[in-house]
Design a protein around this ligand. Structure first.
Ligand code: PMP
Length: 437
């Protein structure tokens, strides 16, 4: 089999031309612009189960899942019905509702890392607020993040490593003051020496270390359990709070996310995505003592007109209720593992330099012959050219992956074995084409 002809993108291209008049790059979030893959972005018209349809009527098995929230697939009846029922009574009050209590109970009863929480409207807001909380609680200003972790687009976190093992960050966006970036220290992942050096240099200035529970925004960078243990200890020894950003991993790897996976004890956790059932929700939480610093109880200010929005709460309640059903994660993870391992077996048998890294229902396709990829520097940027070819071949075979080789994919409960088998066959064909060139 050879390359398939390109799918029709007439309507999508037309919509994209229009969108470029309204939005920078024609989009409301940069990765959607298809800058690192072939063609113009597909405008999605509808989603149902594991499928999406674009404006030209092309159908795809979707592994992007709105970048993570859709663990039950698109438009699941249970979530949709609860949302519609809730909307009959209005859409926003800016006053407390019982629905907030209900979602909070689902979270807190099933997660030993949080005693009190606060809902926000995005992951970015959750993380930004968690950082402020850590600074307010410790009365320190500096934070430490890792190269290769993404934590949303707030100023303190749009910071990348400079040159050297331990560095003051350099801004990774125009518009972030240099003085802000200097409050953020950046070190490589999975590197105890770098962490030790950073603490030696900045120990009583570090309010928090923030890490994605399992880094999944720059490939899937599994950390050694011993490293996570070391990280916890060094934070504790220095009075620095450890923040697990679980916006992707929260409710994806079970109700305790990566903290549960590593049996770790972060001081503050942040969630988003799955928690909102596809509507805009974020959350941060900690012990009652730490959360006691948040306004109006404490002096750390944080607020939101639409925080705890009833419709979004309803979606979260309906989705989390499904996830709590016995065997949910076991079944989902087994399905995803079989999918990932099946692809890997094929690639290995053909000696392709291709690895499927996976954990739970998260997977990442890497064009590499390394057995482990644990920090950003382990990724060869040139390998992204291969991803580009694969992405095109997959779209042409009815498979939708997020439009960047640095992004992970998600298997949802709506992917049946039949569709996973179909997707696997398409992926194998695409690999044959990638490696033929
Ligand atoms: N933290 C992590 C780990 C994320 O993956 C993301 C989004 N991909 C964010 C924070 C930011 O969340 P949002 O896009 O909802 O603002």
């Amino acid at each position: 089999t050879g390359s398939k002809p390109d799918i029709s993108r007439e309507k999508s291209a037309e919509l994209y031309e229009k969108a470029k008049n309204y939005f920078p790059g024609g989009v409301n979030s940069p990765v959607r612009a298809f800058k690192s893959v072939y063609g113009t972005p597909l405008f999605i018209q509808k989603g149902d189960g594991c499928f999406v349809w674009d404006a030209d009527g092309n159908q795809f098995i979707d592994f992007c899942g709105s970048w993570g929230p859709l663990i039950l697939g698109h438009n699941p009846a249970k979530v949709r019905e609860k949302v519609i029922e809730t909307m009959q009574n209005g859409m926003s009050f800016g006053a407390p509702t019982a629905l907030e209590n209900e979602l909070a109970e689902l979270v807190i009863k099933n997660n030993k890392h949080v005693e009190k929480i606060r809902f926000t409207s995005s992951g970015t807001e959750a993380v930004m607020s968690a950082i402020r909380l850590a600074r307010g609680y410790t009365k320190r200003d500096k934070i430490l993040k890792f190269e290769g972790c993404y934590h949303g687009h707030s100023d303190s976190l749009l910071v990348k490593a400079g040159s050297g093992l331990v560095t003051f960050g350099e801004t990774s966006s125009l518009g972030v003051p240099k003085s802000f970036a200097e409050e953020t220290i950046v070190v490589p992942l999975n590197d105890t020496a770098a962490l030790t050096q950073a603490f030696a240099q900045f120990k009583d200035q570090l309010a928090a270390v923030i890490i994605e529970g399992i880094p999944a925004n720059n490939g899937l960078l599994m950390q050694d359990p011993a490293y996570i243990e070391f990280l916890q200890k060094i934070c504790k020894d220095n009075g620095t709070l450890l923040i697990f950003d679980e916006v992707i991993t929260g409710f994806r790897l079970g109700f305790e996310g990566a903290a549960g996976y590593y049996n770790a004890k972060p001081d503050i956790v942040t969630y988003g995505k799955i928690l909102g059932g596809g509507l805009p929700v974020g959350m941060y939480g900690a012990s009652a003592e730490i959360m006691g610093q948040i306004s109006p109880d404490g002096g750390v200010y944080q607020a939101g007109t639409l925080s705890g929005n009833p419709v979004a709460m309803a979606a979260g309640i309906a989705q989390l209720t499904e996830l709590l059903k016995s065997g949910f994660y076991k079944e989902l993870n087994a399905k995803a593992t079989e999918f990932a391992e099946g692809i890997q077996r094929f690639a290995t048998a053909r000696n392709y330099k291709f690895k499927v890294f996976h954990v739970g229902s998260i997977f990442w396709f890497a064009f590499t012959d390394r057995d482990k990829i644990q920090c950003a520097d382990d990724i060869d940027p040139a390998s992204m050219e291969k991803f580009k070819v694969m992405h095109r071949e997959l779209l042409n075979r009815g498979i939708y992956l997020g439009p960047s080789g640095y992004e992970v994919g998600f298997v949802s409960a709506a992917h049946t074995k039949i569709e996973l088998e179909k997707a696997k066959r398409a992926i194998l064909e695409a690999l044959d084409i990638v490696f033929r060139n």
